[in-house]
Ligand binder design. Structure first.
Ligand code: C2E
Ligand code: CA
Ligand code: CA
Ligand code: CA
Length: 278
C-alpha cells in the first residue's frame, strides 16, 4: 500500500540505514572490481633522512569506482578483509609491484625497495609464502627489492608454522617491516623474536613531535632502540620541515610523508627515479 511504502521510505532514509546501503553497494562493487580492472596502485616515495634521496616506495592500492570515483583504501580494505576479497586483491597488488620492479630495473632505474601491505587474511593462508615466491619467479623481479609490511595485529593470531613459513621468505632476500609501530599490542615481543628489517614509526607519534614532549620521548626511544637492535627505522606521516629536522637530529634513517611526496602514479615515480639517476 501507499502507507507502508512511505513507512518503508522513512525507515530506509534513516542515516544508519544509509550507511548500511552504502556498505552493501560497496561490497557488491568490490566483488567485480578486480575483474573490471578498477584497482590501481600508487607509490609513495620513502626518503633517506640524511640526503633526501628516494630509497624505497610503498605501494598503496586505490579503487576507481565507476560511479563514485576514487575511493581511498580506508573505505574498502576492512570490507575486503571481512569478505575475503583482500586475498585475491593482495595477490594482484603483489604481482603488479613485482612486474614494476622488473620493468624499472630492466630500464636501468635505481634499484630501490618496494614495500607491499599485507593483511592478516593473506597470511593466515597456508600458501602465502608460495604465492610470494611465484609472483617473484614469474615476474623475474629481484626479490631483494621486495619488502612486506606487516602490522602487529597481523601477527597476533597466527600459528608458529604460519609465521615461520612467512619468514622463510627471508632466504629469498625478501625483507620485512613492522607497520604502524607502537600502536598494537606486544610490539616489543615481535622485534625480539622475529627477523624484522624495518620499523615504521606510526604517524600518530610523529604528528605533534614539534610540540608534545611525550611524543618526542616516544620517538627518540623507538629510534634509539631500533639502532641498538640493528633494525632500520622509518618515520611515517612527516608533513613539516620542523618534523624533518627533529627526526634528522635524532638519527632517524628514513622518512615518508607529504613533506617530500604524496603517493604518486607509477609514471610520476618513474620520472622521479629517472631524475635521481643523473
Ligand atoms: P598505511 O599502510 O599506514 O599507509 C600509509 C597511509 O598514510 C597512506 O594512506 C598514505 O597515503 C598516508 N600518508 C602518507 N604520508 C602522509 C602524511 O604525511 N600525512 C598524512 N596525513 N597521511 C600520509 P592510504 O593510501 O589512504 O592507505 C590507508 C591504509 O590502507 C594503509 O595505511 C594500509 O593500512 C591500507 N592499504 C593501502 N594499500 C593496501 C594494500 O595494498 N593492501 C592492504 N592490505 N592494505 C592497504
Ligand atoms: Ca603500510
Ligand atoms: Ca603505516
Ligand atoms: Ca595505518
Amino acid at each position: 500500500s501507499k502507507e507502508s511504502g512511505r513507512n518503508r521510505y522513512n525507515f530506509y532514509s534513516a542515516s544508519m540505514n544509509q550507511k548500511a546501503l552504502m556498505r552493501m553497494e560497496t561490497e557488491a562493487g568490490l566483488r567485480n572490481a578486480l575483474e573490471r580492472r578498477e584497482f590501481y596502485v600508487e607509490f609513495q616515495p620513502i626518503m633517506n633522512a640524511a640526503d633526501s634521496t628516494v630509497v624505497a616506495a610503498e605501494a598503496l592500492v586505490r579503487w576507481n569506482h565507476p560511479t563514485r570515483g576514487r575511493i581511498p583504501p580506508d573505505q574498502f580494505i576492512d570490507l575486503a578483509e571481512e569478505t575475503g576479497l583482500v586475498v585475491p586483491l593482495g595477490e594482484w597488488v603483489l604481482r603488479t609491484v613485482c612486474s614494476r620492479i622488473k620493468t624499472w630495473s630492466d630500464a636501468g632505474l635505481p634499484l630501490i625497495r618496494f614495500s607491499v601491505n599485507v593483511s592478516s587474511r593473506q597470511i593466515e593462508r597456508q600458501d602465502f609464502a608460495e604465492i610470494v615466491r611465484n609472483a617473484l619467479r614469474e615476474s623475474g623481479a629481484n626479490s631483494a627489492q621486495l619488502e612486506i609490511e606487516l602490522t602487529e595485529s597481523c601477527l597476533i593470531r597466527h600459528s608458529d608454522t604460519n609465521i615461520s613459513d612467512l619468514f622463510g621468505l627471508k632466504e629469498w632476500g625478501v625483507s620485512f617491516a613492522i607497520d604502524d609501530f607502537g600502536t598494537g599490542y606486544s610490539s616489543l615481543g615481535y622485534i625480539k623474536t622475529l627477523p624484522i628489517d624495518h620499523i615504521k614509526i606510526d604517524r600518530s607519534f610523529v604528528r605533534d613531535i614539534s610540540t608534545d614532549f611525550h611524543d618526542q620521548a616516544i620517538v627518540e626511544a623507538i629510534i634509539a632502540m631500533s639502532q641498538r637492535l640493528g633494525i632500520r627505522n622509518i618515520a611515517e606521516g612527516v608533513e613539516t620541515i620542523e618534523q624533518v629536522r627533529f627526526l634528522q637530529e635524532r638519527g632517524c634513517e628514513e622518512i615518508q610523508g607529504y613533506y617530500f611526496h604524496r603517493p604518486l602514479s607509477a609514471e610520476a615515480l618513474e620520472e622521479l627515479l629517472r631524475a635521481q639517476e643523473n
